[in-house]
Design a protein around this ligand. Structure first.
Ligand code: PLP
Length: 393
């Protein structure tokens, strides 16, 4: 039976995320001259607001590109062909960043990890200690691995670099953590931070950035990978400091509004809301896991992501079939499993412009889809989330 797609489409992938109506309206602003004094003031205010969300007072460079562009820009500005990088394996996105780095002639060593827990820091300590010649130029860490729902303790990684006296740059991908999970670039000693528009910042896709501290800027000065559009020195000389080319003004009107929404709620309030919603999802999954049902993919509760939960299906049950049911019957889009996790997990994004009833809506659709697809599970996931939301206000 075909169902009409009436009502609001519930999009619950882990990014892009729901865009608040007020941000959509802001993006619909009429075109203005990007060299006009009023726009330049808005541009500067947006960069200042972004720095507050990042927790940095250093430079921010912005690109009209999705997150891949910021990955590429960051390596092109910091590295020279032949440089050695250590990629802390976390999942699909650390693998993808590795592929990109290899194409640029960088030598990438991977710190292997179990995707369900993320890297073991004792292995990392050994790896850093073994680099007696201090040859590693940079350590790349995906702060929140969107494919697995595992968050890496990047603050501890900084402390480990300091304890071993290793001079490698610490690069953080915060594409799915910024504005939804605690992150504080300067306090945590992160040298370069990659971020994107389409997740915690509640904007359309197509805009990304890197924040770079003084140590990163010094490394940049001697890095010789080719770049032009992405060149940070070039960008600093431009009128819109930190940007090259025609400025996507519509994005900046949207960013101004999104930053306002974040500041109205207060960043601590935004992070607390994400934690509350994530915990509701985790409690629902824990309830379903009875009767050999689906389980949270992340096996370390201390590392469970507050922006996305990957849910592992019981053996022999297809996550894609479940996603098809949720979409066809309930107009609810869940995230699929990436790479080797395709068909094995589905993902519930719980970041951005969301509240409890929206999360209960998706949990209800998942619980009904589990029954419709005859996936073993214990009922009561939605009840468990409701009980948590009622107590955790
Ligand atoms: N890094 C992480 C953690 C991501 O989640 C994504 C995309 O979802 C990317 C990098 C790549 O960004 P994009 O798809 O915007 O190019």
């Amino acid at each position: 039976m075909k169902h009409a797609k009436r009502g609001r489409h519930f999009f619950f992938g882990p990014g892009p995320t729901n865009i608040p109506d007020s941000v959509m309206h802001a993006v619909a602003h009429a075109t203005v001259d990007f060299n006009d004094a009023d726009f330049l003031a808005l541009y500067d205010a947006c960069v200042a607001g972004l720095k507050r969300v990042l927790g940095t007072r250093h430079h921010v460079f912005l690109y009209t590109a999705s997150g891949h562009g910021a990955w590429e820009a960051t390596l092109a500005n910091l590295c020279t062909p032949g440089d050695r990088l250590l990629m802390v394996e976390s999942g699909y996105f650390s693998e993808d960043w590795t592929k990109l780095a290899c194409k640029f002639g960088l030598e990438v060593e991977t710190l292997p990890a179990d995707w369900r827990r993320g890297a073991d820091l004792a292995d990392l300590r050994r790896k850093l200690a073994a680099d007696t010649g201090k040859k590693l130029r940079a350590l790349c860490v995906v702060h929140n691995e969107t494919s697995t729902g595992v968050r890496l303790p990047i603050e501890e990684i900084r402390r480990m670099l300091d304890a071993t006296g290793h001079p490698a740059l610490l690069l953080a991908d915060t594409i799915s953590s910024l504005g939804s999970m605690p992150f504080s670039m300067d306090d945590w000693g992160i040298d370069a931070t990659v971020g994107g528009s389409q997740k915690g910042l509640m904007l359309p896709t197509g805009f990304s950035f890197t924040a770079a501290n003084e140590k990163a800027m010094q490394a940049h000065a001697s890095a010789s990978l080719p770049r032009y559009y992405f060149d940070w020195t070039e960008m600093l000389g431009r009128r819109q400091k930190g940007f090259c080319g025609t400025v996507p003004v519509a994005f900046f009107f949207g960013l101004q509004k999104a930053l306002c929404l974040i500041e109205e709620e207060g960043l601590p309030g935004v992070l607390a809301r994400h934690h509350r919603l994530a915990e509701g999802v985790r409690r629902a999954v824990a309830a379903w896991s009875g009767n050999a049902g689906p389980q949270l993919f992340c096996t370390d509760p201390a590392r469970a992501s507050d922006s996305v939960s990957a849910v592992l299906m019981p053996d022999g049950h297809d996550a894609e079939a479940l996603r098809r049911t949720a979409l066809a019957r309930f107009n609810v889009a869940l995230g699929g499993g990436l790479g080797p996790l395709n068909g094995k997990v589905f993902r519930i994004g719980h970041l951005g412009d969301l509240n409890e009833p929206m999360v209960l809506g998706v949990l209800g659709a998942v619980e009904m889809s589990l029954s419709l697809n005859r996936v073993p599970h214990a009922p009561g996931g939605v009840d468990a989330a409701m009980a948590w939301f009622a107590e955790a206000a």
